[in-house]
Design a protein around this ligand. Sequence first.
Ligand code: 13P
Length: 287
Amino acid sequence: MLVNATNMLLKARDGHYAVGQFNINNLEWTKSILLTAQELNSPVILGVSEGAGKYMTGFKTVAAMVKAMDESLGITVPVALHLDHGTYEGAKACVAAGFTSIMFDGSHYDIDENVAKTTELVALAHDHGLSIEAEVGSIGGEEDGVVGMGEIADPEQCAKIAGLGIDFLAAGIGNIHGKYPANWKGLDFEALDKIHGATNNIPLVLHGGTGIPDDMIKKAISLGVSKINVNTECQLSFADATRKYIEAGKDLQGKGYDPRKLLAPGAEAIKATVREKIALFGSANKA
Ligand code: 13P
């Protein structure tokens, strides 16, 4: 059931668990994530970066595919289709394309420009029934060409952006997209606590969910994180399972080259990763 993400995240905040945002790249990704959320009776957010949107030939294609698949698979759990790290133009395009949720990442603008653009997009998103996420303090690392320095967000700026009527807030607390380096210092819980205290209990978003130790995830949830984004980890599981299939020569046995067979182990591996994350985040049976 396609919905915006507002209610699922308010419920998560009040119930002290988090909803997973899993980024999609193609049909296999989408199908694996939807089926796993349904199997575990969990709400779920499908994240689409601008790069992945382009890869799938545009946001309209993505929205049409997700809507049709949600229906044809008989998905009854709440599903939000969410733009990840959107530009100002990308956010507008996703509203028009039929997404149910957008993120506007204005973290690279100065605070006044971030406020002005976020304010405009809040009005547009809410007029069309979408939820909206905004960002303060960039997430480190690189995702689909979006590069961040990994700043710790300033609580005052967070309060300013949270006060604009956004539905959930991404705030940098030392998190990084992609794999964490061996010398990573971990999440800055002091900063998270201050941000939580300054933002009137708005659901907070933790980006860079891949590779964060379980105890840090649990602590982050206890400090107001209600949405956790995972992208790289599904890519790694998919690649690993696909490599094993090919290295075992299975594509050369019988009709093992059939794409439906070749991509099946990877699709199953995505399911296993999503299952693991949903259990860790505590969103099973919360649909
Ligand atoms: P990872 O790729 O590190 O899991 O981060 C995902 C993310 O934050 C999407 O915005």
